[in-house]
Design a protein around this ligand. Structure first.
Ligand code: GDP
Ligand code: MG
Length: 162
């Protein structure tokens, strides 16, 4: 089985942009992947000799609707299916309540995840990341998915553990 990496985060943080960067829009042959359903968007990525599956999730609103609604449906299922979760946040928008809800949920489930601060293009990456220190996560990746910046380093680092 290939490692399965799920991209989760509030709407508009750049999940689909990162998905497209990682997969170059190749769709995964989900029929070959026991246990995965077709409800979510799966892609196959390659990094060096390593192949992996990446799951794009639709929207998690995480705003007024509360944690149950925020985590409902496909995003929750994607988290369950994943070996590793990449929690994307928006370095321009800064920390949002939905980000904190997601971190709580991932911790509660004991699911391994990494924090990925996206949209650091045109920003000082350190400053962009500093808003997220309050999440209590020791380290984070800083990327600009739409420019492909930091994406290769991110995936190489994540795949090391598989
Ligand atoms: P999703 O809702 O999380 O899937 O987010 P999308 O991938 O659809 O991206 C939302 C918006 O953010 C789009 O307008 C993207 O072009 C933009 N975006 C994504 N990544 C970056 C980035 O690295 N830098 C900037 N400046 N914009 C980005
Ligand atoms: Mg999307």
């Amino acid at each position: 089985m290939l490692p399965v990496i799920a991209l989760v985060g509030r709407p508009n943080v750049g999940k689909s942009t990162l998905f497209n960067q990682l997969t170059r829009s190749r769709d995964a042959l989900v029929a070959d992947l026991p246990g995965l359903t077709r409800d979510r968007k799966y892609g196959e990525g390659v990094s060096g000799d390593h192949r992996f599956i990446v799951i794009d999730t639709g929207g998690i609103s995480g705003d007024e609707a509360g944690i149950d609604a925020a985590m409902a449906g496909q995003s929750l299922a994607a988290i369950e299916e994943a070996d590793r979760v990449l929690l994307l946040v928006d370095g321009r928008a800064g920390l949002a309540a939905g980000d904190e809800q997601l971190v709580r949920e991932l911790r509660r489930r004991g699911k391994p995840f990494d924090l990925v601060v996206n949209k650091v293009d045109g920003l000082d990456p350190e400053v962009a990341a500093s808003d997220f220190y309050r999440l209590g996560i020791e380290d984070c990746y800083r990327i600009a998915a739409s420019h492909g910046r930091g994406v290769r380093a991110l995936i190489e680092s994540v795949l090391v553990s598989f």
